[in-house]
Design a protein around this ligand. Structure first.
Ligand code: PMP
Length: 353
């Protein structure tokens, strides 16, 4: 045995098959991937312009201190630059938080089901994972609180939750934060926040002033359309961020990803447009599932989850027709695509239902 024993209880993350592989396997000319909650409209065209300007800098290390992007993002969020930590995707921020905070004496509390990486990194660090079942697809904060004890180092709240798309409102989150001991960190993962329209969605940035144990995660992979660049970030109080930085690799985000993220951030018109399109796409699926009497979780994100028993069968069937979605043991999650992509998927989903 070469690795820590607890690692052998896990499986390496295996993303779904790339579109090219599915095309080859089924002899298809085209594949529509609606599996990973990416932006079907790509990213702002301003990103391409900015990237052209930096081709002479490939031999130089990126700015490990992320000075420019920290300044611009801090200004956008109305926080201080030293409240930000960047990672190779929010994935890496989850890893850094886990590495910096967890030991084998600790436990984490999270929902079940939720984003897989919280538990994954807790297990790698030897910490105990306490999963608390969702109620109607929503985090059950009272039951989660009941699981918190003196050894609970992190509570993970995915808001909106992946894969259900459901959300926790402001009042409930604040009540929870008021009851959690200050020695327990509450990490609110807002990877899909740009898509949210609910008026009672928590304003976590303003809550950071009141709760020093709160950390917020966000990413440029989803609405900003930069998943392949791998850049996400954490927001917290500056002292904690300083400490988390110790666990960060020196040059963990590339110069290209920083430049792309700044350009994308500065084109909020593009984001607004994508969010509007997403809303229309969501309505396509809602109308379809309503007309079939099929229940789905109300989603604030760019995906929709439908509970189905034959999820694997449906996944395979759609795959053979050139549509990649995500199958879970208890249902399917579909990323909202362009209007045409949604129409196509719905057309192929009909006979399977
Ligand atoms: N958090 C949630 C809830 C996610 O769904 C994802 C991506 N699937 C991530 C974090 C990680 O995103 P990335 O590493 O691409 O920023």
């Amino acid at each position: 045995m070469y690795v820590k024993p607890q690692i052998l209880t896990l499986q390496a993350y295996t993303p779904g098959k790339p579109s090219e592989v599915v095309m080859r396997e089924y002899g298809l000319d085209k594949v529509v991937k609606l599996a990973s909650n990416e932006n079907p409209f790509g990213c702002s065209p301003k990103v391409f312009e900015e990237l052209r300007n930096v081709v002479s800098k490939f031999a130089i290390y990126p700015d490990g201190a992320t000075e420019e992007i920290s300044k611009k993002l801090a200004n956008f969020l109305n926080i201080q630059p030293d409240q930000l930590i960047f990672g190779s995707g929010a994935d890496e921020v989850i890893q850094m938080i886990s590495r910096a905070l967890l030991t084998k004496e600790h436990n984490i509390v999270q929902a079940s089901q939720t984003f897989s990486q919280y538990a994954h990194h807790a297990v790698i660090e030897g910490a105990e994972v306490r999963p608390v079942p969702l109620v109607k697809g929503v985090h059950d904060l009272d039951s989660m609180l009941a699981q918190v004890d003196a050894n609970t180092k992190i509570v993970w709240i995915c808001n909106p939750n992946n894969p259900t798309g459901t959300y926790i409102g402001s009042r409930k989150l604040v009540e929870f934060l008021e009851k959690v001991p200050s020695t327990t960190f509450v990490v609110v993962d807002e990877a899909y926040v740009e898509y949210v329209s609910a008026s009672d969605f928590p304003d976590t940035i303003s809550l950071l002033n009141k709760f020093e144990n709160l950390i917020v995660l966000r990413t440029f992979s989803k609405a900003y359309g930069l998943a392949s660049f791998r850049i996400g970030y954490g927001i917290g109080n500056s002292k904690l961020i300083q400490e988390l930085n110790i666990a960060r690799l020196p040059f963990n985000t590339s110069m290209l990803s920083q430049v792309a993220a700044i350009a994308a951030l500065e084109d909020q018109v593009f984001i607004k447009n994508c969010v509007e399109q997403n809303k229309k796409g969501m309505e396509q699926y809602e109308e379809f599932f309503n007309s079939y009497g099929i229940e789905y979780y109300p989603s604030q994100a760019n995906f929709i989850f439908v509970s189905l028993e034959n999820s694997q069968e449906i996944f395979k069937d759609l795959e053979s027709k050139g549509y990649i979605i995500r199958a879970f043991p208890n249902g399917i999650r579909i990323t909202i695509g362009t209007a045409a992509e949604n129409e196509g998927l719905i057309l192929h989903l009909k006979p399977a239902l």
